[in-house]
Write a protein that binds this ligand. Sequence first.
Ligand code: AP5
Ligand code: ZN
Length: 214
Amino acid sequence: MNIILLGPPGAGKGTQARRLVDGRGMVQLSTGDMLREARTSGTEMGRRVAEVMDRGELVTDEIVIGLIEEKLAGETAGGFIFDGFPRTLAQADALDALLARMGQNLHAAIEMRVDDAALVARITGRFTCGNCGEVYHDVTKPTRVPGVCDVCGSTDLRRRADDNEESLRQRLMEYYKKTSPLLGYYYAKGLLRGVDGLAPVDDVAASVAAILDA
Ligand code: AP5
Ligand code: ZN
């Protein structure tokens, strides 16, 4: 079963994707994570990607579709969670074609609804474990021991270069301009579902689970 998590920056896509990986053996495909890996590669492409991401703009469809295509090659029993992809109509068309070629389909595109005011607080308080990827928040989900990841014990806790108010404003602009048309795209296909992303993490997870089990 393959699903898309759709929502603005900070809506909780990564948080819910990790729950599904742990709980259902699904495979998370986050283009944001793939691009953050690419930017550390030291290549010219990596340098250009870093500049675009730090400004809060979208990386070109060509690069992103190429990354997804590589990762989709492997089969998975649990299904894929597309986290932060697709983000444009061209990416959505490309995903349809890739899945059709694999003889697979989409179960749902889940919109995580969160208002803009909450996103600033979420994004500016976020940090993640550089080793296992666990997502934390200064106020709502601090580590039990300061500076140490609860899951793996690593002290490599990181903040993202684009997690500041200026980049967030641009990321929101990109979301409403280029990604929100996908709501209509998936609605027309009968695949759009919605959850209240402002609810506590466990409640959001229960709403997502209900959609998967429907
Ligand atoms: P990407 O990495 O995809 O970032 P994003 O979409 O901006 O989303 P975030 O990772 O910021 O948020 P999230 O929804 O995963 O929230 P999280 O769970 O972490 O993309 C980064 C950049 O890469 C883009 O700007 C673009 O440049 C490029 N890019 C990526 N994909 C691309 C594509 N397809 N095409 C072109 N360019 C692309 O949660 C946030 C915080 O809130 C955490 O601290 C968490 O603990 C907390 N939180 C989560 N849920 C809750 C809850 N229910 N209640 C309270 N707190 C919560
Ligand atoms: Zn960790």
